[in-house]
Structures are given as structure tokens and as C-alpha cells.
Write a protein of this length. Structure first.
Lengths: 267, 265
């Protein structure tokens, strides 16, 4: 039984994904007056919403978006500017961010306008990124005397390589959607009128696949960044073998051999 | 439903000839015609005996573009076709094939080439036209954008200044001016069009086809390297134009043969 919660800082919805009782979840960051600055309250609500969708068996994939003007222009500076090392460490708000990382279902970010600082870092935690032509990406933390704290130094470097990452993080200068696309940060760039629709269509496309296979595929891909190639290959192989006790694998391969479309049940 | 074929193909002396054959509709593109054209081009690409191609229209027009009547019918039944999808499935593959097929393709443009009909002509390698030919970027007349490659092929052929002007005004571009602007190769008398086109085609078909094909590939790389990407982009923007109120009004006015009343929405 899914409880519909009312949130203050986000909007959530479900959309039919084409197959019977299959949905995509949509989470929209909603603090328009502050360009979706990510404060603790928003992040907490975001995690609750994502976890609920992660638990809801009918939801197969998730779209995370902001507004056309801003995905999220950063973390909430007002909230943290007076902290001391001890106080901020004890609060450990960044631990909330970890929970986004732990979502098992694929998250497609639909990003328009500002994706800066924490906004860029939140975006990079997602699995696929569809940007609008107006999107801007950057890590401007250096301009306020700190550094990216929610993964920017690690994830940006893994995408761009040392030199471009250094440039962005040390100058705080943003890049535009075209450059982001060319450098491999985003999957696709669409006109602002169409980017969210594109992200939802992609989410629906993934929603039609075997959810167990999707889950294990996501896990395996993420494992790439955690250890050596050998470890990753071993992990992938175990996930591959694991799927052979799923009905979806049986159905998928049977359908292939019978030259018909597979009907996945998620078991 | 007539038995008559809406697309005719012929092979002669190494030349493949494709004729759009809906003369009573000025060879307007309905669904069926676009798919048949795709198939005909694929066939000729595969056929080793075809070393040059002529694309032309039956009757007094080359091609008047998308058959708005058939689209209107679809809308009346309340089934709003997604323009973007329609273009991606029906028109873009034709443009891609015309450009990517490494055989010289001559558009023998008899009479009017409007809308997507003009786009198809621009996508070919040669344009031989008659003194009665007019190119019309008719899209904006119904609240749409030029598609099937026109938004980038025409500017690349004649420069953005004149191209943009033609697109927004939807004015006729007559043969002589087209020649002056560099968008056509030759203007001939109506009676001589097919003879001239065949003469050129046979000459090309007897030439070093490999070299011609590689030349086309090199020129494509130089000026159409982003063909597929831009066609996709154009189709996405047409999708947006197709969702506007002005498009609905534009088509309605066309069908009702009156001046459209645009609101800008």
C-alpha cells in the first residue's frame, strides 16, 4: 500500500509506462524562489520520496527534475554558512546524500537551467542525464571558499578526466549543454520544450525491461568505479549467473528463440 | 482506392528513374508515397546496374509536399499525429538516403516543388529545372517550419540571408532566380527536361562510379557531416510547431481556402 505524502519542497507523481501496472516515478525539486537550493529539508524529503518509489514494485524507473529555469543552483548556503567543523561533522547532512546513491532503480535526471554545485553533484548521482539546451553545469564552490562536498571532485573527474575537472573545480566556471554533451557528461541535449518528455520516454523504455535485470545491470555498472577491473568483472559475472534463477531470464531467452516479444513479470 | 501505382520506377542505360505519380494531387506526399519512395531508393542503392538516378514527378508538378488533405482527415477523427514522429519515420530516411547513397542523383524538377517536395529536390545532387519551375518554402504558410532538411540544406546552398527570407515569406523562387542564386544547375524548356536529365544521367552512369561515389562522400563530410543530427533536431522543432494553435489554424485555413488568422500561439 503506497502512502501518498505531501511534501514541502518536492512534487511527486507516477506516470503509466505503457505496460499493465507499470509506472515511472517523477520527482520534481520545488523551491522555485531559491532556484531549488538543496537544503536539508529538501534532501530529506527527496530521499523519502525516492525510497518510497524504490519500494513500490509498480514503479520501474524514476525521473528526477527541477524547473526549466533551474535543476538546482546549489546547496543552501544560508543554512550552512555559520557551521563550525565540529557542528557540521556532527550534523553530517551529507550522509543524506548517500541515500540517493543507494537507490536501486535507475534514475534519469532531466536537467534544465542551473545545475551548479550541489545541483551538479545531485545530477551526477543519477544514472542517465537528459539536458535542455539552456542547461549549465558547474562546481562554483571554490568561489565561496570551499570545495565540492557531495562528490563533485570524484565524479566530475571520472567523467572529464583530470584536466577539465581541475579547470572547472579550480575556476568555478560553468560549461554549457553542448560542451557537457561533447565531454560526455550528459547523454542527450534537447530543446527546453522537449527535454522532460524525452527523459520520461527514456524512463518508460527502461520500465519495459526486466526489472531484476535492470537492477543488477545498474549495480554492475556502478561497481566499475569501486575497485579493480578484475573485481568488477567478477561482480558482473556473479550478477549474470544470478539472473538465471529469474523467470524473466527464462521468458526473455525463450521469447528470443521463439522470435517473439518477451513479456517480463519482474520475477 | 485506385490500382494505379503512385510511384513508378524504371531502369535504362544504367540510370534508375523514380517518378512520383500522384499527378492529380501534384504528387503530394501521403504516408504510402513516402514509404514507397524509401523502398525505391533502397532498391536502387543495392542495384549494381544503377549508376545514376533521376527523381522526377508525373504531370505538371514535381511535388507539392505533404498532402495536407490526408493529414486533415487524420485530425478530424481526433487523432493528432505527432509531426516529429511522422517526419522521423517518413521524410528523414528519404533525405538521408538521397545524401548517403553514393550515386549521383538528379532532381528533374518539372513545375512546382513546394514544402517537402522542395526539400527533396535540395537534397539531391543535381537540380535540372524547367522555365516553369518554382520552389516554394510553403511550410510557414501553415504555421510550420521547413523540414526534411530544408532549414540547413538551403542556407548551405544559397546562404542564410536569402534562405531565411524565402522560408518566412514562402514566396515563389522561380527557375531563373534559382539559377542565379546557385541552387539549380540548369534551366531548360519544359519539353526538353527529361531528355536533358537523361543525357546527364547517362553520362554520369558511364563514368567512374567509384570516384563519383567517393567524391559525394567527401563533399558530404565537408558540408553535411551533421546531417542525421540536424534532421533529428529539425524534426523535434517541427513537433513543437505542430503543437501550436497557429498550425491548427493554418491547416484549417488551407483546407477552407481562406486566409489564416494567426494569434502567435
Amino acid at each position: 500500500m503506497v502512502m501518498t505524502m505531501t511534501y514541502k519542497n518536492i512534487l511527486t507523481s507516477k506516470e503509466a509506462a505503457g505496460q499493465a501496472d507499470t509506472y515511472i516515478g517523477v520527482v520534481q525539486l520545488n523551491r522555485p524562489t531559491v532556484l531549488n537550493a538543496l537544503n536539508t529539508e529538501l534532501m530529506t524529503e527527496l530521499v523519502v520520496a525516492l525510497q518510497e518509489m524504490d519500494r513500490d514494485e509498480s514503479v520501474r524507473s524514476i525521473v528526477l527534475t527541477g524547473s526549466d529555469r533551474a535543476f538546482a543552483a546549489g546547496a543552501d548556503i544560508k543554512e550552512m554558512s555559520d557551521e563550525s567543523t565540529v557542528s557540521i561533522m556532527l550534523k553530517d547532512n551529507l550522509a543524506i546524500w548517500d541515500k540517493v546513491k543507494n537507490i536501486k532503480k535507475p534514475i534519469i535526471a532531466a536537467v534544465s537551467g542551473f545545475a551548479l554545485g550541489g545541483g551538479c553533484e545531485l545530477m551526477m548521482m543519477c544514472d542517465i542525464i537528459i539536458a535542455s539546451e539552456s542547461a549549465q553545469f558547474g562546481q562554483p564552490e571554490i568561489n565561496i571558499g570551499v570545495i565540492p562536498g557531495a562528490g563533485g571532485t570524484q565524479r566530475l573527474t571520472r567523467v572529464f578526466g583530470k584536466y577539465k575537472a581541475m579547470e572547472m573545480i579550480l575556476t568555478g566556471r560553468p560549461i554549457n549543454a553542448r560542451e557537457a554533451y561533447e565531454l560526455g557528461l550528459v547523454n542527450k541535449v534537447m530543446p527546453v520544450e522537449l527535454y522532460l518528455e524525452e527523459a520520461k520516454n527514456l524512463a518508460k523504455e527502461i520500465a519495459a525491461k526486466s526489472p531484476i535485470a535492470v537492477r543488477l545491470a545498474k549495480e554492475a555498472v556502478l561497481k566499475t568505479f569501486d575497485g579493480t577491473l578484475s573485481e568488477g568483472l567478477e561482480f558482473e559475472r556473479k550478477n549474470f549467473y544470478m539472473l538465471f534463477s529469474s523467470e524473466d531470464q527464462k521468458e526473455g531467452m525463450k521469447a528470443f528463440l521463439e522470435k517473439r516479444k518477451a513479456v517480463f513479470t519482474g520475477r | 482506392m485506385t490500382d494505379e501505382k503512385i510511384l513508378l520506377t524504371e531502369k535504362k542505360n544504367g540510370v534508375g528513374i523514380i517518378t512520383l505519380n500522384r499527378p492529380d494531387k501534384l504528387n503530394a506526399f501521403n504516408d504510402e508515397l513516402t514509404f514507397q519512395l524509401q523502398d525505391a531508393l533502397k532498391e536502387m542503392e543495392k542495384d549494381k546496374e544503377v549508376r545514376a538516378i533521376i527523381l522526377t514527378g508525373a504531370g505538371r508538378g514535381f511535388c507539392s509536399g505533404q498532402d495536407l488533405q490526408s493529414r486533415s482527415i487524420a485530425q478530424e477523427v481526433g487523432h493528432r499525429t505527432s509531426l516529429g514522429d511522422s517526419i522521423k519515420r517518413r521524410y528523414n530516411p528519404i533525405v538521408i538516403k538521397l545524401r548517403r547513397m553514393e550515386k549521383p542523383i538528379i532532381a528533374a524538377v518539372n513545375g512546382v516543388a513546394a514544402g517537402a517536395g522542395a526539400s527533396m529536390a535540395f537534397a539531391c545532387d543535381y537540380r535540372i529545372v524547367t522555365d516553369k519551375t518554382n520552389f516554394i518554402q510553403s511550410f510557414t504558410k501553415v504555421g510550420l517550419i521547413p523540414d526534411s532538411g530544408a532549414t540547413f540544406i538551403l542556407p548551405r546552398l544559397i546562404g542564410a540571408t536569402k534562405a531565411f527570407e524565402l522560408m518566412l515569406s514562402a514566396d515563389k523562387l522561380p527557375a531563373e532566380e534559382a539559377l542565379r542564386l546557385g541552387v539549380v544547375n540548369k534551366v531548360v524548356a519544359e519539353a526538353d527536361l527529361m531528355t536533358e536529365a537523361m543525357q546527364l544521367a547517362e553520362k554520369l552512369a558511364a563514368g567512374p562510379s567509384k570516384a563519383f561515389g567517393l567524391t559525394k562522400r567527401a563533399v558530404n563530410k565537408a558540408i553535411f557531416d551533421d546531417l542525421e543530427e540536424l534532421l533529428e533536431y529539425e524534426a523535434n522543432l517541427q513537433e513543437l510547431a505542430g503543437r501550436s494553435d497557429d498550425f491548427q489554424e493554418g491547416v484549417k485555413a488551407f483546407v477552407e481556402k481562406r486566409t489564416p488568422n494567426y494569434t502567435g500561439k
